[in-house]
Design a protein around this ligand. Structure first.
Ligand code: NDP
Length: 499
């Protein structure tokens, strides 16, 4: 089964190299009964493990276990104990930080310094943040204007069984960003990692089993989206589906969940604009714009992938970003010195190369990259395209790769025209503004059709900052109070206490 040398890992050989990955259902590790699936190392293209994914029957057993767990010990567990369990999970993850960082880098090709110093710590923070919410999900009393005497209040209750469907670009962070608020709210969960990246979710399941979560509260069913994901979305006992992934599958889920009216939150794609004005701190703007599109090899829903730069500084900005693109050191996630890893799959690499080809055919020009380096693995050289125009597919569509398309504007006072170009997209996830003129920044922030606006930064992600899109980028927020309340039902209680 195993063809991959694990010499690059410095942690003890993980189980996926010695036995196929299993499913966590009702507290037990069981073999899947669905499709045979390969796990690749995208840095080499080699198969590192195989496993049998979850079938619809497996998902059914997982959902029923989650449904039963809702009625058991979990339902009467004090919120503070739920919170403590989440905190313990964060501690356990922290104890195994290096192991998780290496596994994530192996399975996704992300540079180890990113998983080690950013992604796994981010997952730990999200768990701890949501642990605090378990004790703070309150209703409130309301004053009403009805005749007589009334005692009226609202209360929050867990929504029920939450089906969590996550993609491959940030496997552990995305899983935890759904799992932690769902558990804090008192839901039980069935988590489906992406078929390409099930490794860290499975390892998280092993940690969970040692911490005292009642059986059936957390179920993990790696498998195909069209099989296991579909089974979650259509299962009558699933009360909410939280999905991150493509807009096309999000739309499909809207249709499949419509009949049951189960709750749905959709964190979908993006084509986020970056507006750079001449008065900005240009060195910082250049670094930040490059990081925004080249981090994770551009496979980030919020990546700043459309640059609009004031023409008086366009050469400096585009040259600066192109230099940074050329300076990136492509390599395997676990290779020393790697600053940019591969794409997740051969399919994703072909998709990105196809878009670059289309852009060039339609009149865009290359300032950097534009090709796949001659080495094994799913690499694409970080790419900057100039001379882009609105009708081009590279401008209109989400590429989900390290490709920046650049355009210019002349008059910085014509805010409506500039913002109009930024808003000219079916997507509305994030938008980035670079200027030292704060009044201008506020005026633009009000006008941008985006769920997340960032000024003079490409960052700003925090467990306490709601994140989510508008338009084809989906609906519903993750993170913050809104993120955890999304796993609750608000019930209003009106009592006539008049004599
Ligand atoms: P998908 O939307 O297909 O996959 C995301 C998740 O949904 C995966 O777990 C997938 O499972 C699952 N899924 C797929 N089909 C179904 C279904 N019918 N019912 C329920 N679940 C399903 O994304 P892709 O992996 O195909 O990537 C394609 C494009 O999507 C990217 O190029 C990018 O543009 C966008 N994307 C956006 C992301 C974001 O963060 N917003 C993340 C990932 C992709 P499985 O992988 O096992 O098939």
């Amino acid at each position: 089964m195993m063809s991959h040398e694990t010499t690059t890992l410095t942690i003890p050989k993980p189980q996926i190299f010695t036995q196929p990955l299993k499913l966590l259902i009702d507290g037990d590790w069981v073999d899947g009964s669905g499709d045979a699936l390969d796990i690749h190392d995208p840095s080499t293209g080699q198969v590192i493990s195989t496993f049998t994914g979850a079938s619809a029957d497996d998902v059914d057993r997982a959902v029923r276990a989650a449904s039963r767990a809702l009625e058991g010990e979990w339902s009467t567990m004090p919120p503070s104990v739920r919170g403590r369990l989440l905190w313990r999970l964060a501690d356990a993850l922290e104890e195994h930080l290096e192991e998780f960082a290496q596994l994530e880098s192996l399975n996704t090709g992300k540079p180890l310094r990113v998983t080690r110093s950013f992604e796994i710590p981010q997952a730990i923070d999200i768990l701890r943040y949501n642990a605090g919410w378990a004790t703070k999900l309150n209703g409130e009393t309301r004053d009403v204007s009805l005749p007589g005497e009334w005692h009226t209040y609202t209360m929050r209750r867990p929504l029920g069984v939450a089906g969590l469907i996550v993609p491959w670009n940030n496997p552990l962070v995305m899983a935890v960003a759904k799992l932690a608020p769902a558990l804090a709210a008192g839901c039980t969960v069935v988590l489906k990692p992406a078929e390409l990246t099930p490794v860290t979710a499975a390892r998280l399941g092993e940690l969970v089993c040692d911490l005292g979560f009642p059986a059936g509260v957390i179920n993990i069913v790696p498998g195909l989206g069209t099989v296991a994901g579909e089974a979650i979305a259509t299962h009558p006992l699933v009360d909410k589906v939280s999905f991150t992934g493509s807009t096309a599958v999000g739309q499909h889920l809207q249709r499949t969940t419509a009949a049951s009216l189960k709750r749905l939150s959709l964190e979908l794609g993006g084509k986020s604009p970056v507006l750079i004005f001449a008065d900005a701190d240009l060195d910082r703007a250049i670094d930040s714009a490059a990081l925004s599109i080249f981090s994770n090899s551009g496979q980030i829903c919020a990546a700043g992938s459309r640059l609009y730069v004031q023409s008086s500084v366009a050469d400096r900005v585009i040259d600066g970003i192109s230099e940074r693109a050329k300076a990136l050191s492509l390599g395997g996630g676990l290779e020393e010195g790697t600053t940019m890893g591969p794409l997740i799959s051969a399919r994703q690499r072909e998709r990105v190369l196809r878009y670059i080809g289309e852009g060039l055919e339609q009149g865009a020009e290359l300032a950097a990259g534009g090709f796949a380096p001659d080495r094994p693995g799913f690499f694409v050289q970080p790419t900057v395209l100039t001379n882009a125009a609105p009708g081009m597919s590279v401008v209109a569509e989400e590429i989900f790769g390290p490709v920046l398309v650049t355009q210019t504007f002349d008059d910085p006072e014509e805010l409506d025209a500039i913002v109009g170009r930024a808003n000219n997209s079916v997507y509305g996830l994030s938008a980035y503004v670079w200027t030292r003129d704060l009044a201008r920044a506020h005026r633009i922030a009000r006008r941008l059709a985006a769920g997340n606006v960032r000024v003079n930064t490409h960052s700003g992600m925090d467990p306490n900052m709601p994140f989510g899109g508008v338009k084809a980028s989906g609906y519903g927020k993750e993170n913050g109070r809104e993120g955890v309340e999304a796993y609750t039902e608000l019930t209003s209680v009106a009592m006539n206490i008049g004599a």
